[in-house]
Write a protein that binds this ligand. Sequence first.
Ligand code: GNR
Ligand code: NI
Length: 168
Amino acid sequence: MAILQILEFPDPRLRKIAIPVSVFDARLEVLIADMLETMYEAQGIGLAATQVNVHKRLMVLDVSENKDSPQVFINPSFEVIDEDLFDYDEGCLSVPGFYETVSRPQTIHARAQDYQGQEFELTAEGILSICVQHEIDHLNGKLFVDYLSTLKRQRIRAKLEKEHKKTA
Ligand code: GNR
Ligand code: NI
């Protein structure tokens, strides 16, 4: 297994739109294992392939307390069940150090395939709902900072660019 490098805002590669996964093979299983290892090592609750510069529609997450319930979503989609908005302080491994409140639909019904291509669906609310929506946004080139004011987003961009210059 391997720890993969996580792209950071404002890297333009985070804006790419991922393409559907069509081949469910051993290479895909290696990518999933590496993404899970990378997510756990970074202490994230989710990770989209876009964040590790793989532009395929695939994401992993684990919202459990004990970090013992990995979930893999391939070619995910969702529909909104309860449009009432739920406010949550979001962070992102691609926007390290920044947390801001984002409002998203409370309850969704998600569909995806597992690592073998088997379809499954689930209804999600709370943190799972937020995380699934946040990860699917990544696959569409979208980041949580896009929901903030331009001023807030530009401040975050400036601070991260400064950090990147220091460590480049
Ligand atoms: O680790 C993460 N925590 C988090 C907190 C609130 C809302 C969303 C998230 S997802 C984030 C990991 C990540 O960047 N996934 O793309
Ligand atoms: Ni993220």
